[in-house]
Structures are given as C-alpha cells and as structure tokens.
Design a protein around this ligand. Sequence first.
Ligand SMILES: [Fe+2]
Length: 286
Amino acid sequence: MKPQIQHFFDPRTFTATYLVFDVEGGHAAVIDPVLDYDPKSGRTKTESADQILAALKQHHLQLDWILETHAHADHFSGAHYLQKEAGGKIAIGARINQVQSVFKKLFHLEPELAVDGSQFDHLFQADECFQIGQLQAQALFVPGHTPADIAYKIDDAIFVGDTLFMPDVGTARCDFPGGDARMLYASIQRLLSFPDDTRLFMCHDYPPKDREVTIESNVRAQKEMNIHVHQGIDENAFVAMRTQRDAGLEMPVLILPAIQINIRAGNPPPPEANGISYLKIPLNAL
Ligand SMILES: [Fe+2]
C-alpha cells in the first residue's frame, strides 16, 4: 500500500515536516515536527505544529507515531506538543542515549537528565520494522550526521533525515559531537542501494537562489547528480571533502537551545522554583 504524504516546510529553519497516513480516517505518523522558537524573546509558538493538527483533523486521522530522525540542532521539536494535543508515541533511534550522554556533560545536567532514552516512548533498534495502520514501515539506521540517525522507510518512500539533501545541495554535516563522515558515507551508500525509483524525502532544503524549495528526490537523481556523493566519488574523497567543508561551517544558531529541548523529546527542562524553565549556554565549551 502506498502512503499518502503531505509536507510542511518551515522557512525559518528550512525544515520539512511530513504527515504520512494510510487512508482517510485511518492512521498517521508525523516525521520531524517543528516547535517555533524566537531566540530574541525566548518564546515558543505552535503555529507550525498547529498546521499539522489541522491536517490530522481534516483527514480524520489517528496519530499513532511522532517520529524523530535525530536530535535536531537547528529547530525545536514539536513532538511533545503534538503528543499532548493528539496522542501518539514519540520515537527516535535507540542510540539517542549516546547523544544524551555527550550533551549531559556539555550542559552539566547532573544528575537531572536520564541518559537512557526514557524521555521517548519508543526507541528503534537498527532496522526495526513497525506499522502505521496498514502501512509497513522500517527504521533504517543511518548514522553519521549524529550517531543515532534513523531514516524512515514507508513502502517506496524514504524519509532520509540529515543524510542526503537535494542533489544540488549535497549532504549533511558531520562535525557535531559523535558525527562521523565515514559513517555518513556508508549510510548514504545504503540509501542509494534501494531501487532507482525509490522516493527520497528530505529533512531540509537550502535552495540556491535560482530554484524553489524542493523536498522530494529519488535514488536515481541522487546517484547521478548529488554534488557530494554522485556515483564515482569514493569514500576517501567524500570524507576529505566533508571534513574540509565542515571546518568552515559555523554552528547552527539554535544548536545550544535546541539540543536541550530535543534530547528531552521536545520537553523543556524542569521548571525552577518560580515555575519558569531555563536553557543554559555553556561558554567556550562547544
Ligand atoms: Fe540535523
């Protein structure tokens, strides 16, 4: 059965969120929902997530899964908010514990943060199969950008997370803690080993000036045209390119606040005695 796919693009963080469902009135998953955040005021908003809630209502869907491809560094996850409003299980790759351990140290969250993934309702083991109503899905383990990345394969569609971007943009960076360009190369080769017509849905698009935002590609187009990993680029050449390129990239504006929310499945840190949640900024530590 082919999934029905609706996408939502957040122009502030260049993030694509997907609503995937089996039939009208059936079962749905949301992949990588965004909670809007204004760093100037420290205020969150739910405009992006409310669009998804409206679509769930419009199609009379039961939300079964809220799927994170990884702990994002560029936006806050809307998972917690969506779950509160519509239910569903929040899931991420089982190796999120590694990401939590690294950032627990950086943010000095002793002993408050559990580093066993228990903030999430389900932790996917590598390549675990699951169902979204009548749809067959699989959590493909694709580490590299982070050690815990998952791509979600739902019939002939793969939601690639931060691995590949559109062919003219290339691939995800590998310089965050626990990132590894060699691992990313292997993960991408795995994605490119699926049949040529397999649809690939991006987690982000950063379009060059002369084209519109595009979030869908396929295996054939990536093999022929991806500027970083088209056929003929071997592992060593990729790793050299990726390492050099990453050395020149600035950290994403929201990495420090976003990680603190996202390793908690979209929850803010526990409020202090005055009822307000605070985020920390470690100075000269990242
Ligand atoms: Fe990311």
